[in-house]
Design a binder for this molecule. Sequence first.
Ligand SMILES: NC(=O)c1ccc[n+]([C@@H]2O[C@H](COP(=O)([O-])OP(=O)(O)OC[C@H]3O[C@@H](n4cnc5c(N)ncnc54)[C@H](O)[C@@H]3O)[C@@H](O)[C@H]2O)c1
Length: 250
Amino acid sequence: MQNSARYPSLHGQGVFITGGATGIGAALVRAFNEQGARVTFADLNLEAGSALVEELGGAPRFAHIDLTDTSALQQAISDADSASTLAVLINNAANDMRHRPDETSPQAWRECMAINLDAAFFAAQACAPILARRGGGSIINLSSINALLGPSNMPGYVSAKAGLIGMTKALAKDYGDLFVRVNAILPGWVVTERQLQTWLTPEEESRWMEQVALPKRLMPEDVARLALFLAASDADMITGQSFTIDGGRT
Ligand SMILES: NC(=O)c1ccc[n+]([C@@H]2O[C@H](COP(=O)([O-])OP(=O)(O)OC[C@H]3O[C@@H](n4cnc5c(N)ncnc54)[C@H](O)[C@@H]3O)[C@@H](O)[C@H]2O)c1
């Protein structure tokens, strides 16, 4: 990653990243790998996950699991810790499904929470004692500025992302005595391949550029740079906080 700081405290550290096969998650995998961290990422997408492992010369470990399967998630975290003692957890996976409130079934709502909120909690629950054993560590939750703006047709995603901000505060207190730090990142519209293919039309992008202070694309690598800092010992006294990275949109 160009123009990135080096964080010696991350070198050799075990890092577990959810949803690391594509988008921001893949940028996180690349960024931590480049710092010499020992990365495990978990994702449903076999093809993209395998391609990323190959791109990085086989360096990261890839757990091909559904994160809503809590036993599989717990097992993947335990395996990752056995391979390289975990110091960092990044709860990045999400599904930004669109749905109208009046058309949302109880099952669809639960499925939305399962990936966007529950998986982050159970990953943190599984990692906290592991991080505590080595004297502390860092948990980073990927929320969104949508938790603040509340756009229409995604009430489940918005609720889950707002929940992650609350969970970040709560777990920072619960795990503070263990020196496990918990922080959240709230990105604005990040230009991933999927966003380009699905939602980010030229019209939407020019509307976004009118709303931000910095009229420049926000890239996955920008988010990864913030995550590196929050994971490193440089951020040792920062916990329970939410950091917005949105080019000044909010
Ligand atoms: N891209 C943006 O503009 C943006 C803006 C604000 C916040 N965020 C947040 O940043 C994070 C990453 O965003 P992104 O755009 O890269 O997401 P994305 O949808 O492009 O990628 C998410 C990854 O999670 C994986 N995943 C989804 N459900 C899974 C499951 N059940 N089990 C295992 N893996 C699963 C997907 O396969 C994918 O690789 C998310 O938490 C998202 O909410 C993104």
